[in-house]
Write a protein of this length. Structure first.
Length: 195
């Protein structure tokens, strides 16, 4: 069970003194637009310059090559990028049970990315991240473009993933009902600071 621990993480617009997400735990973040939620996730993933310490268990982010850290701690943005023409090349292995859990048949892997709706792209982006077997997930509004039924399926999949893999999840959500349902704890972020 690896804990995600953030200490004195700073960059313009962000000042986090101490934040811990135990393994198997879902911590939900919320706050007004522009409060620093995405900045925090991107900083933890080492996608933007920042100062401070981030640990995953006994591994220190600053001591690992950025690419290695990002394979272990995966950030899933609200709108993901797709670089190949079809879905299949975006992950080495796609889990058929997870595809089914989010309402897809295996033939979706051969679909053109251009054919995908916004919600399908969002679901597949989460599955693409899970296919890499991360040790921690940073989720930026992973259900923002989903209808209620697909939102429910996504919430269950991610809860199960956190519990079964004992992975810490940091989940940004503007929906109070969702935070109450999926989160073990929640924090409000205002002007880059946790309240």
């Amino acid at each position: 069970m690896a804990e995600l621990w953030i200490e004195r993480l700073e960059r313009p617009g962000l000042h986090i003194t101490d934040l811990r997400v135990p393994g198997g735990h879902i911590l939900c973040l919320h706050g007004p637009s522009g409060s620093g939620k995405t900045l925090l996730l991107r900083a933890i993933a080492d996608l933007d310059p920042n100062n401070g310490q981030v640990w995953l268990g006994d591994r220190v982010r600053e001591r690992l090559p950025a690419a290695q850290w990002r394979r272990q701690v995966i950030y899933v943005p609200p709108v993901s990028h797709w670089w190949a023409e079809t879905v299949r090349p975006h992950a080495a292995r796609w889990a058929e049970d997870m595809l089914a859990a989010l309402g897809f048949e295996r033939d979706v892997l051969d679909w053109s990315v251009r054919r995908l709706s916004t919600g399908e792209r969002q679901r597949l982006a989460v599955l693409r991240a899970l296919a890499r077997e991360p040790e921690a997930l940073l989720l930026d509004e992973p259900t923002a473009n989903l209808d209620p039924a697909n939102t429910e399926h996504m919430e269950k999949l991610l809860r199960d993933f956190a519990r079964e893999r004992q992975a810490p999840l940091l989940w940004v959500s503007h929906d109070p009902a969702q935070r109450a349902q999926v989160g073990d704890t929640e924090h409000r972020l205002v002007e880059g600071r946790l309240q």
